[in-house]
Design a protein around this ligand. Structure first.
Ligand code: ZN
Ligand code: ZN
Length: 349
């Protein structure tokens, strides 16, 4: 039997590096050779706390590579195609799928959580999920398409406009990608973080208007920076109650608040903070995943285009690279926060 190298989650906390059977490719799928796969923040609880839907599973859902084989002769022209992959496999029968809103599919499969993903040499990928990338885009940058699309999707929910004051609470990977998109849109970007953030790194991306809320009152700072008005759009990209409250406080009258961060625990709003939603007639948006279709306006196609044109510099966020054998170091850095990191990438030679 043909085998490949892979990282196989056999139980919570046991991500074995081993020889594993090659994926079996169905007629509407390709055999995809993985070149680069980012470690997502969500992979840490998936590997170390909650596990996947069943064991064994190969995690990894932010990836790029090339088509190495096809399940049906009619796709043979795809062999050699460089691509990134939308990791969600929708049912295409529920009402959200019928609406083209695959990110809200009620019965989806997912490469890297429900099905085998890309911490491996090869993965099986439906033809429908392939997003071609130009030769000018490196595999590593192309593996940033998923988080870039998540960031774009969040901003598009609130219909950002040129000149908007956008404050982002949580300048992590997603927060900084949102910041880049907002800037590309002609908005002014204000960043709020804490001592855990690397402000030199943030400045090196050209963002100079920021507040370290470990040292300064973030709400007062946003008010000061906006002439007392508040932000047109406030974005929560941490997932804790404090920053959610800060967003409601920092938003201008008639402003918009976008909740992006996956919640850590329960949220309680002080009464006076909750009043802000009513008195300022705030619009609150949730965002989930990213939109995918074959039109040029889909989040995924826009991201590939923007990265190829240099509008979005996602490679700047890649701070560490490992391979399948050594990626435990990357997982440790993320799990223990033992050193500064933005995106940690697993690269196959
Ligand atoms: Zn992810
Ligand atoms: Zn569906």
């Amino acid at each position: 039997m043909d085998t490949m190298k892979a990282r196989v989650l056999r139980a919570v906390g046991n991500l074995e590096y081993c020889d594993y059977p090659m994926p079996e490719v169905k007629p509407d799928e390709v055999l995809f050779r993985v070149k680069a796969c980012g470690i997502c923040g969500s992979d840490i609880p998936r590997i170390f706390v909650n596990g996947t839907y069943h064991f064994p599973t190969i995690p990894g859902h932010e990836f790029s590579g090339e088509v190495a084989g096809v399940g049906d002769e009619k796709y043979k022209d795809l062999i050699g195609m460089r691509a990134t992959v939308f990791p969600l496999i929708p049912c295409k029968t529920c009402e959200n799928c019928n609406d083209g809103k695959y990110e809200m599919c009620k019965s989806y499969d997912y490469l890297g959580s429900r099905s085998d993903g890309a911490f491996a040499e090869y993965v099986r990928v439906p033809v429908w999920n392939l997003v071609p990338i130009p030769d000018s885009l490196s595999f590593e940058e192309a593996a940033m398409t998923e988080p870039c699309a998540v960031a774009l999707h969040a901003l598009r929910r609130a219909q950002i406009e040129v000149g908007d004051n956008v404050v982002i609470f949580g300048p992590g990977t997603i927060g900084m990608l949102i910041a880049q998109w907002a800037r590309a849109w002609g908005a002014r970007v204000l960043l709020v973080g804490t001592d855990v953030n690397n402000w030199d790194f943030i400045e090196s991306m050209g963002f100079t208007e920021y507040c370290n809320s470990s040292k300064e009152d973030a709400i007062e700072w946003v008010k000061k920076m906006t002439g007392g008005v508040g932000a047109d759009i406030a974005i929560e990209a941490v997932g804790i109650a404090l920053t959610a409250c800060n967003c409601l406080e920092a938003a201008a009258s008639g402003g918009k608040v976008i909740f992006v961060g996956n919640p850590h625990g329960d949220f309680t709003f002080p009464q006076n903070t909750y009043w802000q939603i009513l008195r300022k007639q705030l619009s609150i948006f949730g965002t989930w995943n990213s939109a995918y279709s074959d039109t040029h306006k889909s989040d995924w196609n826009l991201v590939v285009d923007a990265m190829a044109k240099g509008m979005i510099d996602a490679k700047k966020l890649i701070t560490h690279k490992f391979d399948l054998e050594t990626m435990d170091k990357g997982l440790d850095i993320m799990k223990n926060n033992s050193e500064f990191f933005a995106k940690i990438m697993v690269v196959n030679q």
